[in-house]
Write a protein that binds this ligand. Structure first.
Ligand code: DGJ
Length: 731
């Protein structure tokens, strides 16, 4: 997988379909980017770094060292020494200077992949993975670094990260550390990123890449609703099936920066890492900093292949939960059913009716603890409110279990309400700046998780709740972003560490949780989907995708999310209508069919919805069980996008052995006087004969090549927001 051409000093990293090459040049050992793209044979390609042309390398043309640095395609850019493009790393050394330039020292090829201490990271699992570790250093400031490149052959992924170490006898401040940088020639690329908002997460945005810097990022303390730790460089006019696509996905849940910079020489510098704003990490002599990793993939055949690479990569090499390979229980969550207005009797009524419909778990959401009857109080006071939960938590859980349902619970462990016993006892436990009243958001503050005693308190609360009854699922929520980044615990030199240390503490808490409660089904959540990122997937196999449960809005949210993340990770529920977020009414069937493309569950008062809707639940659950293996493990193909055509949406899943496929078609807008719609399917075995059923009725038998090339004709359904399920099986 990894080879080294000693003469040319070029490393070649091969996956099944791609090659990634880097090279060492000149006497000073600059590390350059040589090539990334379809798999190639030769490694004697150092000429691609253009070192044999003006301005040449510094040992040949020292007078133009600056021009060399400013145009050399680098693998990790220094700062303030001649390269005027954005640097990958910045420091404040003991003399107050910021310049840094790491150059190559030695390398090692490791079988396997070293773990990133304290951070989520991809792992080899059963596969053979090799890692290239390139040792770099800047002797002037005593900084050593290792650039890691791990090769995941089958998934066509290369994973990059960096660790740095202060080898001087004085502290140094790291003020910026990108996890990866890569320079390559620009090819009229477009940039694909995901933007959004609360209830509108991960919408796809594609725009031409112009000169200068284009970036997305978060300084909100979490990966955020607004921008996403992902970027793809996409060949102009690329489609799902055609065109070169480079994907970069950051395995981190806090502040991030993803940037593309097109330079004067038409090269593009991609970089991704922790956002340098609000970041200043002190490294004492001998200290090391481990940066989070970036998962890169290249597809020569459009966005669809990029998606399938990421799905396989994250399913096989990131998500650790045993639930990854299991059908999850069909749950009913009481949030949209009751909000804060519930008690034991109400929950038991819901549980009984849910059981009679085939639902398998009741999840009690926000409002069961302290004095929490609205969102103004009690975060931090994780004692059950016995005025509402009469008889206590254990009684409720036992009763729910007797009805025949499992039980799950909601918590928001990272938060503290100003109106809470916890805050009254420990006002210094909230993140705040001296002499400033911290900004409230949803009337709450964020706990200072840099304090070890706060982490202990939080973990103690979670574990005692979980141990107090037979609780089999936890929804871990996080409903506000970090402002006022100050800690009364950290010293003056360390205030800039708060945001990163906060994320590390969340990871530490979740690591302890999944270790101590290995059978717990953990679902992360952040005011909907503000922390839906690869970092959180390392701990929880599913994440609540969005607070917007409207089936039509979900088409776009789930399309953007599924661009990177497997369907098995996307928390998706059927809710009541008119939808609580947009007021739209859609058929109950459509709501079910769209939720089928995620984890599937209910978020409504099953004792109050119409008998017609209730009567449809058992069949929906039957469908969920029928298709869930396929949805969880299959290959994802996008046939049509409502986002693009404004009329209809169509997603197809194909089993790995190509014997079975599911197509979910949603006609959002009915239109008059239209011909039937021809769906050209994808991913099937061309030679196999398939039996095609629409809504459980066989409609035709055809070969895979016919279905993929000639297409499958379906009549236009009558009405708006109507869905059809097509099941395709080997005949
Ligand atoms: C935000 C979540 O996304 C909702 O599902 C719900 O749990 C509320 N928080 C509760 O406050």
């Amino acid at each position: 997988m990894i080879s080294y051409n000693k003469e040319k000093r070029v490393f070649k990293l091969d996956t099944e379909n791609t090659s990634y090459c880097i090279g060492v040049v000149d006497k000073e050992n600059f590390l350059g980017h040589v090539y990334y793209g379809p798999r190639i044979t030769d490694d004697s390609i150092d000429y691609l770094m253009r070192i044999f042309e003006n301005p040449f390398v510094p040992s040949q043309n020292e007078r133009d060292r600056g021009s060399f640095l400013d145009s050399f395609p680098t693998e990790y850019a220094g700062s303030f020494l001649g390269d005027f493009r954005e640097g990958s790393i910045q420091v404040r050394d003991k003399n107050g200077h910021e310049a840094v330039q790491l150059t190559y020292r030695s390398h090692e090829i490791i079988v396997g992949k070293p773990e990133l201490k304290g951070l989520p990271s991809t792992f080899p699992g059963k596969d053979h993975v090799e890692t290239l570790a390139v040792k770099m250093a800047d002797d002037t400031i005593g900084l050593e670094a290792v650039l890691y490149y791990s090769v995941f052959e089958k998934e066509d992924c290369i994973v990059r990260s960096i660790t740095v170490k202060n080898t001087f006898d004085a502290p140094i401040h790291l003020t910026k550390i990108m996890s990866m940088t890569m320079d390559m020639d620009s090819e009229d690329f477009e940039l694909l990123t995901l933007y959004g908002s609360w209830a509108r997460e991960r919408q796809i945005d594609i725009r031409p890449l112009g000169y200068g810097k284009t970036s997305v990022g978060s300084i909100r303390g979490e990966s955020s609703h607004q921008e996403h730790p992902f970027m793809a460089l996409v060949e102009k006019n690329a489609t799902q099936d055609v065109g070169r696509v480079y994907g970069f996905s950051f395995v981190y849940s806090g502040n991030f920066l993803a940037q593309a910079q097109k330079s004067q020489f038409d090269s593009v510098r991609i970089m991704m890492g922790i956002h340098p704003d609000c970041f200043d990490f002190e490294l004492k002599s001998g200290d090391e900093f481990v940066a989070p990793e970036v998962v890169m993939t290249f597809s020569a055949s459009g966005l669809g292949q990029m998606t399938r690479n990421y799905h396989d990569m994250y399913r096989e090499h990131l998500i650790r939960s045993p639930y990854k390979d299991r059908t999850r229980p069909v749950l009913i969550n009481n949030w949209e059913a009751t909000y804060f207005d519930f008690d034991t009797d109400k929950l038991l009524d819901i549980a009984r009716q849910a059981k009679s419909c085939g639902i398998e778990m009741l999840v009690m959401d926000d409002g069961w603890f302290g004095q929490r009857n609205d969102d103004n109080s009690s975060l931090g006071d994780w004692q059950v409110n016995e005025d509402k939960i009469k008889g206590g938590l254990k009684y409720l859980v036992d009763e729910v279990n007797k009805i025949g349902l499992k039980f799950g619970i909601w918590m928001e462990p990272e938060m503290i309400s100003p109106d809470s016993d916890l805050y009254r006892a420990h006002p210094d436990w909230a993140i705040a700046l001296p002499n400033r009243t911290p900004s409230k958001s949803r009337n709450q503050y964020v706990l200072d998780l840099t304090r070890p005693e706060v982490v202990e308190y939080v973990y103690g609360c979670i574990s005692s709740v979980l141990k107090s009854a037979n609780i089999e699922y936890l929804k871990w929520d996080m409903n506000r972003q970090i402002t006022d980044p100050g800690s009364l615990y950290l010293g003056k030199e360390n205030q800039g560490e708060l945001c990163h240390r906060f994320v590390l503490a969340v990871y530490e808490l979740q690591e302890r949780l999944v270790t101590d409660f290995p059978d717990l089904l953990l679902e992360n959540c952040s005011g909907g989907g503000a922390r839906f990122d690869p970092g959180m997937l390392y701990y929880s196999p599913q994440i609540w995708c969005s607070d917007d449960t409207d089936a039509i809005e979900r088409l776009k949210i789930q399309e953007g999310t599924a661009l990177i993340y497997p369907l098995s990770t996307m928390g998706a529920h059927v809710s009541d209508c008119p939808n609580h977020t947009v007021g739209r009414t859609t058929p109950f069937k459509t709501r079910g069919d769209v939720a089928l493309l995620g984890t599937f569950g209910y978020e409504l008062d099953v004792t109050k919805i119409s008998p017609d809707d209730v009567s449809m639940i058992p069949a929906q659950i039957e469908n969920f069980h029928k298709y869930n293996d396929l949805v969880r493990n299959g290959d994802y193909y996008r046939i049509a996008s409502f986002r693009e055509n404004n009329v209809f949406d169509c997603v197809q899943i194909v089993s790995k052995d190509k014997k079975e496929s599911l197509v979910v078609f949603v006609q959002v807008l009915g239109r008059p006087n239209c011909h039937s719609r021809n769906l050209r399917l994808k991913g099937l075995d061309p030679k196999r004969v398939y039996r095609v059923e629409a809504e459980n009725e066989e409609i035709i038998r055809l070969h895979g090549d016919t279905l993929m090339n000639a297409g499958l004709m379906i009549a236009n359904p009558w009405g708006d927001n109507v869905s059809i399920i097509i099941h395709i099986r080997e005949a």
